[in-house]
Design a protein around this ligand. Sequence first.
Ligand SMILES: Nc1nc2c(c(=O)[nH]1)N[C@H]1C(S)=C(S)[C@@H](COP(=O)(O)OP(=O)(O)OC[C@H]3O[C@@H](n4cnc5c(=O)[nH]c(N)nc54)[C@H](O)[C@@H]3O)O[C@H]1N2
Ligand SMILES: Nc1nc2c(c(=O)[nH]1)N[C@H]1C(S)=C(S)[C@@H](COP(=O)(O)OP(=O)(O)OC[C@H]3O[C@@H](n4cnc5c(=O)[nH]c(N)nc54)[C@H](O)[C@@H]3O)O[C@H]1N2
Ligand code: SF4
Ligand SMILES: [Mo]
Length: 768
Amino acid sequence: MAKDKRNVNENTSEEFTGIKLTKPASYAAGARGVKVALEHAVGEMGAVRAFQTLAKLNQVGGIDCPGCAWPDPDDKRSVLGEYCENGAKALAEEATLKRVTTDFFAEHSVTEMSNWSDFKIGKSGRLTHPMVLEKGATHYKPISWEDAFKLIGKELSGLNDPNEAIFYTSGRSSNEAAFLYGLFARAYGTLNMPDCSNMCHESSGVALSSTVGIGKGSVTLDDLHKAEVVIVIGQNPGTNHPRMLTALAKCKDAGGKVISINPLEEAGLKRFKNPQSVSDMLTLGTAITDVFLRVRINEDIPLLKAIQKKLIALDKEDSGVLDHDFIVDQTVGFKAMKSDLNKYELDELIDQSGVEEEAIDDAVDILAPAKKIIICWAMGLTQHKNGVENIKECVNLLLMKGSIGKEGAGTCPVRGHSNVQGDRSVGIVHTPSKAIASSLKKAFDIDVPMEHGYDTVHSIMAMHDKKAKVFIALGGNFLSAAPDTAYTAKALSNCKLTVSVSTKLNRTHMVTGKTALILPTLGRSEKDESNGKNRFVTVENSMGKVHTSHGSLDPASAHLMSEPEIVANIAYATLGENSKVDWLSLGSDYDAIRDVIADVVGGFEDYNKRVVKDSGFYLPNNAREGDFTKVKGRKARFSVCSLPDHELEADEFLLTTIRSHDQFNTTIYGLDDRYRGVYNERRVVFMNPNDMKYHKLKKLDIVDITSHYDGKTRLAPKFLVVPYQIPSQNLACYFPEANTLVPIDQFADGSHTPISKSVKVKIKKVQT
Ligand SMILES: Nc1nc2c(c(=O)[nH]1)N[C@H]1C(S)=C(S)[C@@H](COP(=O)(O)OP(=O)(O)OC[C@H]3O[C@@H](n4cnc5c(=O)[nH]c(N)nc54)[C@H](O)[C@@H]3O)O[C@H]1N2
Ligand SMILES: Nc1nc2c(c(=O)[nH]1)N[C@H]1C(S)=C(S)[C@@H](COP(=O)(O)OP(=O)(O)OC[C@H]3O[C@@H](n4cnc5c(=O)[nH]c(N)nc54)[C@H](O)[C@@H]3O)O[C@H]1N2
Ligand code: SF4
Ligand SMILES: [Mo]
């Protein structure tokens, strides 16, 4: 626990909220989804504001949904609404009428607030004033914007080395804010730009760049509609990307098939009742999954290898099972990959995957004749020690089928935060780039540092070891999102100054450096006016399309500043006149920021003109075009991936940490996980009924969960056991409650993404 008894994780509150269990749901969305969406929206915003704002969500010229990064249709958009239940909840959280005022902070000490649940902290409302927590103080107090910027400028200017500062970004920031922030970090002299992506799709970026030459997905929404087969692996779209179900249903209507690969049979992948379809509402809706493969946690590689072996065995002369022309013309490494596959016995692969062979054969029957396959994935693949190889193995499958670079086929890493992909495109990257360096030298005479900056886990280690002293976060909830909560808390509290640019109160505001600032900012749904002009921002969706977002609500408080303005003022306070960048005018004029982006970032030419035309523009995508010349060897690359190696003792489990249906990352919307049949409680651990018998556990018994790495025991106390169809020796808990168990130094090879989806743990029954 951090000093002065601040509670770093709600684990220590150890209170249960009154659990109710039902059978897991058999379909997603439907009338119930609409009802829940409206309850949240009306409850937080009031009826008039709710209906007016929802009508603008995801419409051209309207508000980009602050939820996930799923794309909107390129063509016609439904007037009934282009949003889902969880999009409505995301908007409601931001557009809530509740306020965290200066009086609120005077009333509640930091220590008191740290003892609230994440749910209660988040529900306090929108931040209204810049606040400071002075050294040794118990309460935040108001500070003027001017003094806040001066304080940051002084601390940053006073560091011995620019690499003692860390600039974190969460993926909700606009392209304009993110670009300016990256420009500032580089001008200040560091590439210490960790972002939420490091905990998210970094493994995808690393794997895809080295195999197909672009760190993003290759498909568009239209491709999904046209695919013959969509594999959804390690992803729960019914909860986390709900409108993806509409795309899958469209694909099914056109005769496509869906294969789901997951340790849990998620309701959204079973059946979908589109609330906008009268016939769906009157019938059972669309069955989504044709073949479900219940893989063991992190045993996707053996499963994919088994599928590949079977496809190769079926590939007789002219059978067309493999696309030999594509393999010969467009790829390298097939022979090596195939001879590596020969090393493995099929039976052993199948056994290791935990999947029944008949189900694998059903999947192979669908895949063998298919020419247009898309693989969609998310955190179930990326957050493992072998996260990068998981994705390379998916690429292997697509390449042997020639399923990339053509209509209806390709890679689809489904991105998380609504603009995480855009932030990366405009320069939030901790690795050096010669292209960015030379264009910034030309445009602003900035000497961009060329040594590698810290990613998220290395930022935490640096703060922990007092090598980094100032931490600034553009959005996010770093403490709760990061692994190894106690270690991260120590890291943050070692800092001289921590700064959070935030819309809402969160736990990172409670576990801080010696001095801490909260800088309240406009949300995307709010009007952003300057000199009588209503400004808009731009974002990039999961499929590489850049488009506008126009806020329309009155701001939560008259004291808010926009993110670009905040960044510009921090930069000005730090670098002042010694900079060729006119920070303050850039910060106030987003057209000017976009003009600079157009000049210095490839693919954004004529940005201002193109982004307001129709529904925006697609960024260039070589893999979509079937051009792999950017890859080493100038062709798409097969990879040889090894099998994961989790030797479990009889009393050990692999734990995956997942999202409930009622949260957005560390923001807890409510306590229900409707699709999995868990109501009014989050401190649960899903367990196989046979494992429960073996461990002599009954439903709702209480267990402590521990992980044991490097001789250190990490504890997540008191979870209620919920019997669930999950493979034996696998467990699932919700994120962020279980983050205390994820060791800081266990992360994916090559991408450094924490192993949040495969933590080796033990359980112990708590006697009551
Ligand atoms: N409503 C809502 N929407 C969100 C978010 C949210 O919190 N709430 N978060 C956003 C963000 S930032 C992100 S990154 C995405 C996350 O979207 P997802 O990746 O869908 O989210 P998770 O809940 O982490 O679930 C991953 C899925 O992988 C499965 N899984 C776990 N381990 C394994 C494994 O070893 N192998 C396989 N094959 N599957 C596995 C889980 O059972 C689960 O179905 O969603 C975004 N959208
Ligand atoms: N164990 C475990 N850990 C995980 C994961 C997991 O699956 N398991 N998933 C990981 C993933 S995929 C991700 S992306 C990270 C998420 O990490 P983060 O992005 O750091 O976390 P969030 O919970 O999304 O951040 C929520 C906070 O963002 C602020 N916010 C919201 N909107 C805005 C805005 O418009 N502007 C600004 N400035 N602030 C805003 C609010 O104050 C809110 O409290 O967590 C990671 N951690
Ligand atoms: S699918 Fe994602 S982006 Fe679309 S409305 Fe739902 S939460 Fe928002
Ligand atoms: Mo994410």
